[in-house]
Write a protein that binds this ligand. Sequence first.
Ligand code: SF4
Length: 206
Amino acid sequence: MSRANRIYTELERMYPEVKSELDYRTHFELLIAVVLSAQTTDVAVNKVTPRLFKNFPDAEALGKAEFSEVHEIIKTIGLSNTKARNIIALSKRLVQEKNGEVPADFDYLISLPGVGRKTANVVLGEAFRIPAIPVDTHVLRVSNRLTLSDSKNPLVVEKDLSALYPKEKWYYLHLRLIHFGRYFCKAQRPKCEECSFTDFCRYFNS
Ligand code: SF4
């Protein structure tokens, strides 16, 4: 078995059921939650989104919101000023250009305020099950440690992982790498003593 397959098989054994840890009910709520999650934790986002989505349940409502109302609700998360502006502006765009719907269109999504490559890939994979590998800080760190990529550049890591795995595995691979990075192979004090990958891990063998 190749190293890449061995890693996937072990992660699948460790985390048979994986899903996004962001709370959402609609594609619109997913998009907003992912934009809010930049440089903050899913737990922090899940604390503010129930009130945000209760007051502004769709693009039409959020597009008409006042900055101060939105900022007041999301002020506990990082970059709240910029994020409040971005989610109002992107809601306006969705209403004007897409009838308030979130399209399964990577190029359109990355044209929205606050939406980068990682966010667009999460929405495509999570909402539409379109093969995608969003590379966040966990995916990047774990891919480096497990020798799946040599690069610190998220786009290069995305390409390296895409070349190693078939498309049908991409999205769940990303969820499992996140889970592994968040709870096991943490940035500080990873659980190496319990890990199956010590024979080749760069971090363990450095
Ligand atoms: S050996 Fe340690 S650093 Fe390497 S993958 Fe396992 S937990 Fe992470």
